[in-house]
Ligand binder design. Structure first.
Ligand code: GLU
Length: 449
């Protein structure tokens, strides 16, 4: 075994001993470590200076109590987190997730991936992530507001426009960002740049809502264009029906694809006529209802209660997983291969398990990892910060154009880095190595800090 391989194995096994129960975190690290060796072989300085071990330790991990009162007057409590993982490239940047599954493992995996994702955007942002195990499902408007206010009373001590800039993620959209911002403003001064994903009526950026979904489709379109192909005429399935899924469907349809299905935690819908996006938007964005109700207006569609969309036998070309981590198991990956899928591009963070990844590799499926293909959201967050600092809003076209350029650049960087250090079309290696290179160089230049 080479010295570098041994170094990587030791780091990983130490982490396993230290955090044996942090499954998702160990998974994200394993995926990364499995690709970085060829780069280290050519750049041994990063091993000599132990940059990798340094990078693995979060700069700061904050865990706190969030007390809040329910509508009926009950005293409730949740746990809040903010992982400030790495600030070599800029202030910590990353979303807040409200979901009952949130724990330290989930927070650390998300923050770890965010470091490389943010690096790939080429914008000046470090990596962070936060959230709470609070479940927004079934909560009233008042409960959501009080919860956000209580969370911010504590979080405000650790964030700032040049320090750490949270945004949305699962369970956190414009409404929650609004309440968080209001509370921050009350406790501090008016600092628009402390949060991104703000509503358009005050300092929000046009195209931020669309950015992750649009960016995902732009990434894949650049990949297809490289092969003299395009989205036009393609059959697509999307998982999820939140913000990322909705705008991925919108852009894919705009580019001439037909999207046949989407899902939520209640089950999935397949519409043989193609998904009616206005209906999905009405259900999800306005009524905040379950996707099941799609059938009330489109009785020809099929709904599979509690089903995972990737288990369906529908024959299609492009899979866009936009729901959540590990939604594609090994078995489901095999099903996708059988269904004729050629491209899997992640809108969610780590929706593919390590075993599923192997299945895609063995079958030459073009697989685009989330840290590259879903970077459009955080990229436009950074553009929102730029607009806030300028005190000037940009037009939708301007932001959208920048987004497309950034996604093109990320795609080309991943492609070229894969060609240089790994195999053609190995976008996992391409994304990890290119993302790591920028961060590692910055860490080296900033010294032992
Ligand atoms: N939560 C998003 C992500 O996973 C966006 C983060 C942001 O805009 O800061 O990248």
């Amino acid at each position: 075994m080479t010295e570098i391989k041994q170094y990587l194995e030791n780091l990983e096994s130490n982490l396993k001993t230290k955090y044996p129960n942090q499954k998702e975190y160990l998974q994200a690290v394993a995926e990364f470590m499995g690709t970085i060796e060829p780069f280290l072989n050519q750049n041994p300085i990063f091993v000599e200076k132990n940059i990798l071990e340094m990078l693995l330790v979060p700069e700061r991990l904050i865990e706190f109590r969030i007390p809040w009162m329910s509508d009926s007057g009950e005293w409730k409590v949740n746990t809040g987190y903010r992982v400030q993982y790495n600030s070599a490239l800029g202030p910590y940047k990353g979303g807040m997730r409200f979901h009952p599954t949130v724990n330290q493992s989930i927070m650390k995996f998300l923050a770890f991936e965010q470091i490389f994702k943010n690096s790939l955007t080429s914008l000046p942002i470090g990596g962070g992530k936060g959230g709470s195990d609070f479940d927004p499902k079934g909560k009233s408007e008042g409960e959501i507001m009080r919860f956000c206010q209580s969370l911010m009373q504590e979080l405000q001590k650790y964030i700032g426009p040049d320090q750490d800039i949270p945004a949305g993620d699962i369970g956190v959209g414009g409404r929650e960002i609004g309440y968080l911002f209001g509370e921050y403003k009350r406790l501090n001064s008016y600092q628009a740049g402390v949060l991104t994903g703000k509503p358009l009526s005050y300092w929000g950026s046009l195209a931020r809502t669309e950015a992750t979904g649009y960016g995902l489709v732009y990434f894949v379109e650049h990949l297809l264009n490289d092969q003299k192909d395009s989205f036009a005429g393609k059959k697509v399935l999307v998982s999820g029906s939140g913000n990322v899924a909705i705008y991925a469907i919108e852009k894919a349809q705009e580019l001439g694809a037909t999207v046949y299905g989407c899902s939520d935690s209640s089950g999935y819908v397949i519409d043989p006529e193609g998904i009616d996006l206005n209906l999905v938007k009405e259900i999800k964005e306005i009524k905040r209802d379950r996707i099941k109700t799609y059938l009330e207006k489109k009785p020809k569609a099929k709904f599979v209660e509690k089903g995972n969309i990737w288990s369906d036998e529908f024959y299609f070309d492009i899979a866009l997983p936009c729901a959540t981590q590990n939604e594609i198991s090994e078995e489901l990956a095999k099903q996708l291969v059988q269904n004729g899928v050629q491209i899997v591009a992640e809108g969610a963070n780590m929706p593919t398990s390590l075993e599923a990844l192997e299945v895609f590799k063995e079958n030459n499926i073009l697989y685009c990892p989330g840290k590259a293909s879903n970077a459009g959201g955080v990229a436009v967050s950074a553009l929102e910060m730029a607009q806030n600092a300028q005190r000037l809003p940009w037009t939708f076209e301007q932001v959208d154009h920048e987004l497309n350029q950034i996604m093109k650049n990320i795609y080309e960087t991943c492609r070229d880095t894969a060609n240089r250090y790994a195999n053609k079309n190995d976008f996992v290696s391409g994304a990890n190595i290119a993302g790591f290179e920028r961060v590692a160089k910055a860490m080296l230049s900033q010294g032992l800090v």
